[in-house]
Every structure is written in C-alpha cells, then in structure tokens.
Ligand binder design. Structure first.
Ligand SMILES: C[S@@+](CC[C@H](N)C(=O)[O-])C[C@H]1O[C@@H](n2cnc3c(N)ncnc32)[C@H](O)[C@@H]1O
Length: 343
C-alpha cells in the first residue's frame, strides 16, 4: 500500500503516543511528591523540594525536568528554581477540579499491572485482574487499604464536576430518602443532600470504603443526614425514593448489571426513581475519553462502556423503564428510570 505524503511525521506522532505511558507515570510521581502544593506560592529548587519531601534530589530534578517538557512546570535557569504553571495546579489537592488522586490511582498498580496484559485480554476475551493482581480489582482494594483510599478519592476527583451537573438535573419532589449505590465516599448523594436540606440519604458500598463516607459526611457537616452502609449491592439494596448509580454499571458484565438493577427494582419505594450517570458510547464529543475508559474496563473488569440502547435493554431486563436520557459534560449522560408499571 502506498501512502501520500501529507506533511505529518507519522513516526514521531506514534512514538509520542507510545511514550505517553512514561509521561503518565511522571504525572503520577509529580502528584505523589505534592509538587503542585510545594510550588503553589513560591519557586523552589529540586534540592529544596527534595528536603521537604525526603526524596532523592537528583532523581527529583530529572522528574521536574520532564514536568517542564510536558508544560506542567517552568524552570528559571538563573536561580535554578522551578515554578508551577496553571496545568500543574490541576494536581493540587485543594484545586476545585483536582485530578491529584486520579493521577495516582488511574495508573497505579491496580490498573497498570492488568493494563500490561492487554494483549492477553484480547486473546482470551477476559479481563486480566486475576492474572495480574491475584484477584478482582475490588477485592484487591479490600486487601490494600492505602491504595483503596486513593482510589476512592480518585473517584471523587473524577466525579465531582459531572455530579454537580447531574444533581441539577434531579427533581426530588415527593422524595425523602436517597441511596448512592456503589457511591464511594458519597460525593453524589452528599451534593444532592446539600442542595436539598429536606432529604436524608446513605451510601451503599463495600465495608472497606465506609470510613471515607463517614469522613466526607463529617467534612460537609451532614453526618446527621447521611449514613454509610457496608454491604454487597449484588446481594441486596435498601429501600429508598431516589437511587443514584454513577460509574458502577460500566464495571460489570450484562448479567451482573441485571442482578444489581433487579435488586434496586425490588427495593424501590412506590414512585421511586433511579438516576444512572455513565459515559455513553456513540457521541462524538469526548469520544476518546469514553474509548480509553472502555480500555480500562477491558483489561481490569468484566464491564464496558455502553451506548443508549444497551443501557435501555439492561433496564428492561431488570423490570425498569427509562424515562429520560439527558446529556451532561463530555460523553456523560444521566438516564432516569422508574419501575416498569406493567411488571
Ligand atoms: C468505579 S467506582 C464508582 C464510585 C462512585 N459511584 C463515583 O462515580 O465516583 C465503583 C464503586 O463500586 C463499589 N463496589 C464494587 N463492588 C461492590 C459491591 N459488590 N457492593 C457494593 N459496592 C461495590 C466500589 O467500592 C466503588 O466505590
């Protein structure tokens, strides 16, 4: 096959895409050393940061140099100091849209080790969590509390902007109790409760996640209105008027999703509503984000990113009926469903 010369250096382009994996690890290390926090208000040398972080100064210097080449830092060669750019501040823990914990978790061992086995996942048709981690990703987190804590915080990083939009799309009329199913630290339900002081709610998640729920409720001053329930959503789900289900279905294969949705269907109070927030395939906007998230599911979990018709058939199999599908930012959508009354 003969390719026309289109003026693009394809080799260099593909090389950069390959090397992006090392760039991702550099970002993870910058987040791990809290470089955004150290450089928020002052310029510092690698030596000064290394002393504060108790890390090796010459290795840190090399990491900071990578940060400069990626546009996250500037370097003043006269003083030898490094300065933050606006991009680096996305890794500051207190930034409103912080990605600090996401940078640490998304390419940490729980996902990086299965990712290395992507060819085997393609060959066998199975995710590679057990081969790479010895167990499923969520059981692995159960055995690694610090990584689990960072993963829960990463979910909050990733979810907060889209959750704020989703909360605006939820009508709470006639509702008094909301459950965030697989809600991690409960960012979704706590944002809903803060917006609607008449509501109470809870997060149902695995037992090791519940301390993060308690911390989140305390931090927001809503401990009297929000509880953490340690349990397994594949066993049962408490009764409620509003169910929130964000970024959970994409973790699971169809059969497991139907079990979970069926548990919700059985527990629903009369006129209860379910709000599913997921990335939805089939929309051009942010298609790369959805495709890459689907990659993560491919090597680490049994799930996948789905299109609207796939969500509709899961709902209908579980005796639920989609009412509306509303777009949020990027390819995120909120799908509202009720119990199928013909059921
Ligand atoms: C991808 S995270 C999504 C978290 C949160 N909903 C969000 O969007 O930020 C999936 C969540 O499901 C929880 N989870 C996994 N298996 C579970 C189970 N069997 N029962 C209850 N929660 C579970 C995990 O601990 C995790 O918090």
């Amino acid at each position: 096959m003969v390719y026309e010369d289109d003026g693009i250096d394809h080799r260099q382009h593909v090389y950069r895409l390959i090397m992006a994996a090392w760039g991702s690890q550099a970002i993870r290390a910058l987040a791990d050393c809290s470089i955004a926090e150290h450089l928020k208000t002052e310029a510092l040398t690698a030596q000064q940061i290394a002393e504060r972080e108790r890390v090796d100064a010459s290795m840190l210097y090399r990491l900071l140099r990578v940060g400069v080449s990626m546009g996250l830092l500037n370097h003043d060669t006269d003083s030898g100091t490094f300065l933050s750019t606006a991009m680096l501040q996305m890794l500051h823990e207190d930034a409103p849209d912080s990605l600090k914990h996401y940078a640490k978790a998304a390419i940490g061992p729980a996902f990086w080790l299965p990712a290395v086995r992507t060819p085997q996942a393609i060959a066998t048709g199975r995710n590679q969590a057990v081969e790479a981690l010895g167990t499923s990703v969520f059981d692995y987190f159960g055995q690694h509390p610090e990584e689990a804590r960072v993963f829960t915080a990463a979910m909050t990083d990733l979810s907060t902007p889209v959750i704020r939009e989703a909360v605006s799309a939820i009508d709470v009329e006639n509702a008094s109790y909301a459950i965030d199913v697989g809600g991690a630290d409960g960012t979704f339900v706590s944002e809903l409760l803060e917006r609607h002081p008449e509501l109470t709610g809870a997060v149902l998640d695995l037992p090791h996640v519940i301390p993060s729920v308690v911390d989140n409720a305390k931090r927001r001053g809503i401990s009297h209105r929000m509880a953490g329930i340690g349990g397994d959503f594949l066993e049962s789900v408490p009764s409620a008027d509003i169910y929130l289900l964000k970024f959970v279905l994409h973790d699971w294969d169809d059969r497991t999703c139907i079990t979970l949705l069926g548990n919700i269907r059985r527990a629903m109070n009369p006129s209860a509503r379910l709000f599913i927030v997921e990335m939805v395939h089939g929309y051009d906007v942010a298609a790369l984000d959805t495709a890459l998230m689907d990659m993560a599911m491919l090597f680490s979990n049994t799930g996948k990113e789905r299109d609207v018709s796939e969500f509709e058939s899961l709902l209908s199999e579980a005796g639920l009926c989609p009412v509306t599908v509303r777009p949020l930012r990027g390819s995120y959508h909120v799908i509202e469903a009720t119990a199928d009354q013909g059921d």
